[in-house]
Design a protein around this ligand. Sequence first.
Ligand code: BGC
Length: 349
Amino acid sequence: MRAITILPGVAQSVRLDEIEEPAETDGGILVCTRALGICGTDHDILSGLYGSAPRGQERLILGHESFGVVEDAPPGNGFRRGDHVVGIVRRPDPVPCPACGSGEWDMCRNGLYTERGIKERHGFGAERFRIEPEFAVKAEPSLGLAAVLTEPASVVAKAWEHVFRIGRRSPSWAPGNVLVTGAGPIGLLAALIGAQHGLAVHVLDRHTRGPKPELVRDLGGVYHDSTISLGDAQFDVVMECTAASAAIAEALSRSAPSGIVCLVGVSAAGRKDEFDIGGFNRKLVLGNGAVFGTVNANRRHYEDAARALAKANRGWLDGLMSRRVPLSRWQDAFTPQPDDIKVVIDFMG
Ligand code: BGC
């Protein structure tokens, strides 16, 4: 079968390989891949900056945003041939740490977790993959290809869950608005879930044209292509989804009293930008502010994500998947285009 593989640590080593069928040790459920989403992490892996192959192997099968249809499942494990499924990315560390030991592998404390398509485990970017039932999540068949958005939506569902948990430190706190910085797939999915929670949604992104402004307006949100239209607005929740220094500084400055700033993007280390630490500390302390980071998702968040996508407008989700590339032209998927939001490799196309 065909698979997209990479030599971790080596830039431009990605290729379409002919490989063996998936190993039975990957899990009892055999899935026929329908779609694979591409994200910033994949681009970092492609550039040789991130990712590692399974122990004793050289190449890594890429891909962690999956969607496929069950081809074969042993009886009695809750899955049947024809089920639409998405694979969970992270596996608990073997120690396990207290978090991994209780199903909260997204909060792993010793860093020994593995991740499919990213860290020491083959990904889902092959024509078929295998998965354990406890790491497979059913998707609503009516979602079609949009089920591939479940993984990025799970990251955002976790971010929102934690915002509300932190918010409960003050029982009277009821957020009215959210500012999302960055209208990429993560930012737009954060905006979608914010709108589903009934918050007034504002999205800040530098694009003045293309599909992003309309996607935000379709959620009933307000799109800002610069900070000018934001005026001096402050927000109960700020979701920073760009990982860019200037946007992070902006996000930190926009938090209302008792506000919560959630950092979702992963920046590169080493850039030293000027930042008023005293001013930031003063605002945070005097305003009871909270800033936290979040990564990955556990099973509960995938299930929340599946529900959020099932409730969303199907046309809107299709708009988010701005470019679909058939497997035969897989290289195009890794060449960014100006209007890209979520690029998806269509394994059936
Ligand atoms: C994935 C997460 C993963 C993180 C760090 C993200 O792109 O969505 O599942 O934990 O990268 O490897």
